[in-house]
Design a binder for this molecule. Structure first.
Ligand code: ZN
Length: 453
């Protein structure tokens, strides 16, 4: 049994001072408050629980910043997707592992301790299946093992290029599966994560445009009680195409045709009518918001004020990984609302006036639910996923309680996180992942080859 001692820490029942978190075999076994630090005890200043990153496409970290040049036409999500398809065409399994490992190290450095990897790259460069259908899923698991990142692996079902079962396009050949091949992939993915201490496998129909209703009904039960994630209503054109196909908007269609329960995570859900917002908020599913990517891609603004006001559940994801920063995802979520509503402190609640406290705790609970690991937070029986903030950072000086979260989310630069323990093992020290140097070297070798190809 070992422990970490914090000057102050955010526990599942609120802030406390002089806190000892004891853990054994990666799991919190005891929490004491008002106790003095022991000799040789590991120490953090401001302790917060690790946050779940509920939506990532790790390989896209390798093309971060490469799609920021204006093309001849007006650029949008679809022109970004062409750049992404060109990049993905060049990746071999070693590249996928190297890029994912660096992305996961960066996530840990920003305070994310578990990732929902929405993994849609399955086949070889010519579209032929690998001998092991989980070849690339195993590379994702290896990246998680190398960095210590908690993994919820979400193998993606992708079969069509548009609503109504349209044939997939040649550039989608590395993603597509039949429902039978997909069932084998889910099974093989369970094998790929079996050596991780707390790996979780769910299922992920890519979107309503990539899976037909019949396919959706066949693959959803494969989750077997685990998470079910889907991209939905990210693009205005996607909404129009869905209406043309079914007479219904995507979220409306899904809520009408699937048992959308607490296992579900609806990623983006950007374009909603007021009726859809209220229906979604009344249910138990989590909405997966990715504010940095949604801004980068020009997707639109999620109606967070109404949704959160109606009690809706949400978490955040780094999605395209164009920039990996847990605090900035939450900051941008609030700032989008302020800019569009010309108001301040939009996403605080009556019970919790601190915007930072409200956003962090909501995203903590939503992220843990969506990733299939309970409620999240520092509590006995949960994984010892602990983050310490740098008490010397100006944004924390003279603050206590939720004001520390307000300082982190709104007033700190990157680097406010100085330590991270994943399952009790220190993986980030002095703000850097303990294997950062070698991970950057492997990433650099991959990029050097892939970008010259
Ligand atoms: Zn996505």
């Amino acid at each position: 049994m070992t422990s970490v001692w914090f000057d102050t820490a955010l526990l599942s029942d609120g802030w406390a001072h002089s806190v000892r978190v004891s853990h054994d075999d990666g799991v919190v076994t005891a929490i004491e408050t008002g106790v003095a630090i022991g000799p040789d005890e590991e120490r953090g200043a401001i302790g917060v629980p690790g946050l779940g990153n509920l939506h990532s496409h790790a390989f896209q970290r390798g093309m971060a910043g490469l799609a920021e040049r204006r093309g001849r036409e007006s650029d949008d999500f679809w022109s970004w997707r062409r750049v992404m398809y060109q990049f993905v065409d060049r990746l071999n399994p070693e590249d996928v592992e190297a890029i994912a490992a660096l992305a996961y190290a960066e996530m840990l450095e920003s305070g994310f301790t578990r990732v929902g990897e929405f993994h849609y790259l399955h086949h070889d460069r010519d579209g032929a299946p690998y001998a092991d259908p989980a070849e690339l899923a195993a590379r994702i698991a290896a990246a998680a093992a190398a960095t210590g990142m908690g993994l919820t692996l979400l193998p993606v079902f992708y079969a069509h290029s548009g609503f109504g079962g349209a044939e997939p396009r040649p550039e989608q050949r590395r993603f597509v599966n039949t429902t039978d091949a997909y069932a084998a992939l889910v099974e093989a993915s369970r094998g790929a994560v079996k050596d991780l201490a707390d790996g979780v496998v769910g299922v992920a129909p890519h979107s309503l445009r990539a899976a037909t209703p019949e396919e959706l009904a066949l693959i959803t039960p494969l989750a077997a009680g685990g998470p079910v994630h889907i991209h939905i209503a990210e693009q205005a054109r996607e909404v129009d195409d869905c209406v043309a196909w079914s007479g219904r908007r995507p979220v409306e269609w899904l809520l009408d045709h699937a048992e959308v329960d607490a296992c579900w995570c609806l990623v983006h859900a950007t374009h909603l009518t007021e009726a859809e917002i209220d229906r979604l908020a009344r249910g138990s599913a989590v909405v997966g918001l990715c504010p940095i990517t949604e801004a980068n891609l020009g997707d639109g603004l999620f109606p967070a004020a109404r949704f959160v006001g109606a009690g809706g559940r949400f978490g955040v994801g780094s999605d395209s990984n164009v920039l990996i920063d847990a605090a900035e995802e939450l900051r941008l979520l609030e700032y989008g609302q302020r800019l569009s509503r010309r108001a301040r402190n939009v996403l605080a609640s009556g019970q919790r006036p601190s915007v930072g406290g409200t956003l962090f705790c909501a995203a903590l609970a939503g992220g843990a639910q969506a990733l299939g690991v309970g409620k999240g937070g520092i509590r006995v029986g949960a994984a010892a996923d602990l983050v310490s903030l740098d008490a010397g950072c100006a944004a924390f000086l003279g603050r206590d309680g939720d004001a520390l979260l307000d300082g982190w989310l709104f007033a700190a630069r990157g680097g406010a996180v100085d330590g991270v323990w994943r399952r009790g093992r220190k993986v980030v020290a002095e703000g850097r992942h303990v294997r950062k140097v070698e991970l950057v070297q492997a990433f650099a070798r991959t990029l050097d080859r892939v970008l010259r190809a």
